[in-house]
Design a protein around this ligand. Structure first.
Ligand SMILES: C[S@@+](CC[C@H](N)C(=O)[O-])C[C@H]1O[C@@H](n2cnc3c(N)ncnc32)[C@H](O)[C@@H]1O
Length: 221
C-alpha cells in the first residue's frame, strides 16, 4: 500500500475482536510511516530471487477480526505475563498452517521514526532498515507472547509472506505460522483449540530484561 492509502477503512466498534483494548487502533493492513522512502517501499514490495518463494495470500482471504484466534486476558499468577493478554487458538492448527498476519506500522529504524520503548516492534527487512511496530495499532497478532516461562518451546513462528492487494499489486508482510515438526517430531500436534499461541522473540529481546525480573505492566484491569 502507499502512504496515501494509510486512510484506513474505519473499523466500527462491533467489528473489533472481543477484548480489544480501546486505546489501540485496530488495523486490517499495515500502516506506512511517512518517513518510509518511496524507493524502500518499492524495493520491499518487489519480489526478488531471494523472496519470490515466500508463501502468497490474497488480501481478500485474510479475515479481520480473525475467528480462528481469541485474545485472552491472563489471570493466572503462574503465567509470567499475568495481568496482560495473550492470544489463543480457537481451532486446531496443524504443523505448517498459516495462522494470521502480524500487522502494525511499517517504519524506518531512524531514531525519529522509532519508538525505543516499544515491545511490539519486529524487523521486516534488515537491508532496507524497515521494521513493523504494533505498539499503538495492529491486529490480534500483537498479543502473541514469547514461550519462555510458559512452554518448553514455541508452537508458532514468524515468516515473510506476500499478500496480493490488487490485480498486479503484491505487498511483503509478516505472517505467523505453526512450527513444523523438528527431527524429534516433538511439534507434531500443532496447536490445539484453547492453547496459547507462542513464538520466540529471540534472545535479543530479553537481553538485560531478565537480570532483575519485574512483573510485566498490567494491560487490563
Ligand atoms: C508483543 S507484547 C505481547 C502481548 C502482551 N502480553 C500484551 O498484553 O499486550 C510483548 C510483551 O508481553 C510480555 N510478555 C510476552 N511474553 C512474555 C513472557 N514469556 N514472559 C513475561 N512477559 C512476557 C512482556 O511484557 C513483553 O514486553
Amino acid at each position: 500500500m502507499s502512504q496515501e492509502e494509510n486512510a484506513q477503512d474505519a473499523v466500527s466498534q462491533e467489528e473489533l475482536p472481543v477484548d480489544w483494548p480501546e486505546d489501540i487502533e485496530y488495523l486490517r493492513r499495515p500502516k506506512i510511516s511517512p518517513a518510509v522512502p518511496a524507493v524502500a517501499l518499492k524495493l520491499l514490495n518487489t519480489p526478488t530471487a531471494a523472496t519470490a518463494s515466500f508463501t502468497r495470500f490474497s488480501a481478500d482471504a485474510l479475515r479481520f477480526p480473525n475467528p480462528d484466534v481469541r485474545i485472552v486476558p491472563l489471570n493466572d499468577p503462574q503465567h509470567p505475563a499475568n495481568g496482560q493478554f495473550g492470544l489463543a487458538a480457537n481451532k486446531h492448527f496443524y504443523p505448517g498452517n498459516f495462522i494470521l498476519p502480524y500487522i502494525g506500522v511499517l517504519h524506518t529504524n531512524n531514531a525519529k521514526d522509532t519508538d525505543p520503548d516499544s515491545e511490539y516492534d519486529i524487523s521486516v527487512d534488515r537491508d532496507l532498515d524497515l521494521a513493523q511496530d504494533a505498539a499503538k495499532s495492529g491486529n490480534e497478532a500483537r498479543f502473541i507472547n514469547d514461550y519462555r516461562g510458559i512452554a518448553d518451546r514455541p508452537n508458532a513462528e514468524f515468516r515473510d509472506i506476500w499478500v496480493q492487494t490488487g490485480e498486479r499489486k503484491w505487498e511483503r508482510w509478516i505472517g505467523i505460522f505453526v512450527v513444523t515438526p523438528g527431527k524429534s517430531a516433538m511439534r507434531k500436534n500443532g496447536i490445539t483449540p484453547g492453547e496459547e499461541i507462542l513464538v520466540s522473540y529471540g534472545k535479543g529481546f530479553w537481553k538485560g530484561k531478565k537480570e532483575e525480573w519485574v512483573p510485566p505492566p498490567k494491560k487490563y484491569t
